[in-house]
Design a protein around this ligand. Sequence first.
Ligand code: DX5
Ligand code: ZN
Length: 228
Amino acid sequence: MDTENFQIAPSILAADFNILGAQIAELEKNGIEMLHIDVMDGMFVPSISFGFPVISSIRKECRMFFDVHLMIERPERYVKEFVISGADSITVHAEACEDLNQTIDLIHDSGVKCGIALNPETEIERVLPYLEKTDMILVMSVRPGFGGQRFREETLKKAEFLRDLRSEEKHHFFIEMDGGINKRTKEMAINSGVDILVAGTAVFSGDISENVRIMGGSTYAFRKHSFR
Ligand code: DX5
Ligand code: ZN
C-alpha cells in the first residue's frame, strides 16, 4: 500500500466507558471506519478489559468495521461468540493458540476476517507458514495488556520484512501496528509498510475530533483496498 493509503483504527480500550456510545458516534462522524476492540482475559495479559456484552451493545448503534483483538488464552474457544457479538475480524495471538492453522480456519469458517498478532519478542518466523491464508498480521509495537505505553521502534523491522515479503511473494494480507501510535510514530509505521494503525491514547485523550484530524487516515482512499 502506498503512504497516503492508511487506516486509523481507534482502540476503545482508551475510551471513557461512561460515555462510550457518544465517543464512538464522534469517531464515525469524523469518518473513522474501523474500530479496534481490545479483549483481555487477565491470563494471556495481566489485565482484564471487556467482552461480549460490550461488543454486542455497541454493535447495535455502530456501522464501523469491528477489528477485535483477542489477548486471551486459547481464543479458539470463543470465536463463535465474538462473531455473534458483532466482530468483523478476529485477531488472535500466535503465542496463545494451540493450533494456529485450525484457529485461522475456524475464524474463516465463521464468516469473518482473520488476523495473527505477534508480541514484540516473538520472531516473525512464527507467522511465515500462514501468510497465504491470513487477512492481516498485527505487529505489536508494545507488550500487550495496556494502553499508553512507549512505541518500540525495533518492531518496525518486522513490518518492513512483511511488506517486502508480501510484494515478493504476492500475498494479500494487511499489516497492522498496535501500541504507542501517535502523530510522530505513525509516520515511521507508514514508511515501514503498515496499512492499519491502531491508536488508543492518541485518539481518545483530549478532543477526539481534533485528534482524528491530526492522525488523518485517508479513509476514503483506503476503502479501495479496504480490509472488509
Ligand atoms: C494493548 C492494546 C493496544 C492499546 C493501544 O494491549 O492491544 O490496542 O490499547 O493503546 P495506545 O494507542 O494508547 O498505545
Ligand atoms: Zn490492540
